[in-house]
Design a protein around this ligand. Structure first.
Ligand code: URA
Length: 433
């Protein structure tokens, strides 16, 4: 088999066989296929797409390119949730403890942030001492003991995806439905969960800018998961505005903790309760609505907050940060961003909001960049709210004040004001099962 022939076939709109896809991913993983040929095939896939059968084959080849986890030693139903990436998206920090506090196991492998999007592992590392690397034995023992563990992905985990993603990132081929689906689901399926809830973001802060494209991606990923024998559901959720008010790692952990205390922002709380409801429902606890009520009670009765504190303690962090005895360290400098005119916030460019936080040091441009956990943006106003001239729209946090002007410029440029109150958009557009 020759890589040249595989590229030519896809370039001409052909359908690749299972063997050809397996050959490609083997070559990506062992380094035998050069970057220019990998990139050429990604571009051909970008233009011609893939059938569902091809996308499933690609996903399973990515899944099998490295270690597959075996969670059979975990007692009970295991459920996971995955977000396609957004701004201010700290849902895992809330839904995982809710679900675990109700007796359903959450053995979670999470990713890091890249570009304008954040990642759960970075947020957890904002908690001093929190270990995001555990041995497989430690991980399984912790899930069996307290119901929840959250770690990062090891180098041996779907390595083909790491290589492919790095090349897609520099060849303008990230935005391809089959490549995104295979990347996300290849990693999800390498873990060993029974049920997966996908949170497919849609809007200006997500990979998929339209609800239609998000639905298509959700349908594809749900089908791939079902093909692999998983119980699946996908929610299409609004990312035309950041979730909650906090963007940036430590700020987001604080907001997640407030939410677990019942004092979270309404939009963020609603998305968390809905996601948790579907996770519990897939795990057999009842209808999504009944499970959403259980999730709400887990916050009201304090069980979810205690579960996060227990998890933080088990993984080496200070539980007092969660239960309230100790404040989070804040960045050395703050700057208030004030509006230059009056009006309703009509719309915001959520991706740019993420980039403003990145400009303060809270994110990374490349996978190798280090990040400042205490940096970020705390919004004071969101879409639909009225702002008076000179009124505060956000507070910026950084350890280097020279970073403020750029972030302020991005943030104000991304906030569109108008005379009328915009129509409210749904928080959750659709559920695909
Ligand atoms: N997230 C991933 O893990 N992969 C993609 O291709 C896009 C988003």
């Amino acid at each position: 088999m020759r890589m040249y022939d595989i590229i030519k076939k896809k370039r001409d709109g052909g359908e690749l066989s299972t063997e050809e896809i397996a050959f490609f991913i083997r070559g990506v993983t062992d380094g035998s296929i050069p970057d220019y040929q990998i990139s050429a095939l990604c571009m051909a896939i970008y233009f011609h797409g893939m059938t569902v059968r091809e996308t499933c084959d690609l996903t399973f080849a990515v899944r099998d390119s490295g270690d597959r986890l075996d969670f059979s030693a975990i007692e009970g139903v295991r459920v996971d949730k995955h977000s396609t990436g957004g701004v201010g998206d700290k849902t895992s920090l809330v839904v995982a403890p809710i679900v675990a506090s109700l007796g359903v196991k959450v053995a979670k492998m999470s990713g890091r942030g890249l570009g304008h999007t954040g990642g759960t592992v970075d947020k957890l590392e904002a908690i001093e001492g929190f270990r995001t690397i555990l041995s497989e034995e430690e991980f399984i023992a912790q899930v069996n003991k307290i119901g929840l563990a959250i770690v990062g992905q090891s180098k041996q985990f779907a390595p083909a995806d790491k290589k492919l993603y790095a090349l897609r990132d520099v060849t303008a081929t990230v935005d391809s439905m089959p490549l995104i689906a295979a990347s996300i689901m290849g990693k999800k399926l390498a873990a060993d969960d029974d049920c997966i809830v996908l949170d497919v973001k849609t809007g200006s802060g997500s990979f998929m800018k339209s609800a239609e494209r998000s639905r298509e991606l959700a349908r594809l990923m749900v089908d791939i998961g079902k093909n692999a024998g998983k119980k699946m559901v996908a929610l299409i959720t609004n990312m035309d505005r950041p979730l909650g008010y906090a963007i940036g790692n430590a700020l987001e952990v604080e907001e997640a903790v407030e939410t677990l205390k019942g004092r979270g922002p309404a939009d963020f709380t609603e998305v968390c309760l809905t996601l948790a409801g579907y996770m519990l429902s897939l795990a057999g606890m009842g209808t999504p609505d009944a499970c959403k009520t259980l999730a709400k009670q887990a916050i009201e009765k304090g069980g979810a907050l205690s579960k996060l504190a227990e998890t933080v303690k088990a993984q080496g962090g200070n539980e007092d940060l969660i239960t309230g005895g100790m404040p989070f360290a804040r960045a050395k400098f703050t700057r208030e961003v004030r509006s230059g005119k009056s009006g309703y916030i009509q719309r915001v460019d959520t991706e740019a909001y993420g980039l403003a936080s990145l400009a303060l040091g809270a994110g990374r441009n490349t996978a190798e960049d280090s990040i400042d956990y205490s940096a970020g943006v705390l919004l004071a106003k969101k879409t639909g709210e009225f702002v008076k001239e000179g009124e505060k729209v956000a507070t910026l946090f950084a350890n280097d004040p020279s970073l403020f002007p750029r972030a302020e410029e991005i943030l104000l440029g991304a906030t569109q004001l108008g005379d009328t109150m915009p129509e409210a958009e749904p928080l959750i557009y659709d559920v695909i099962d």
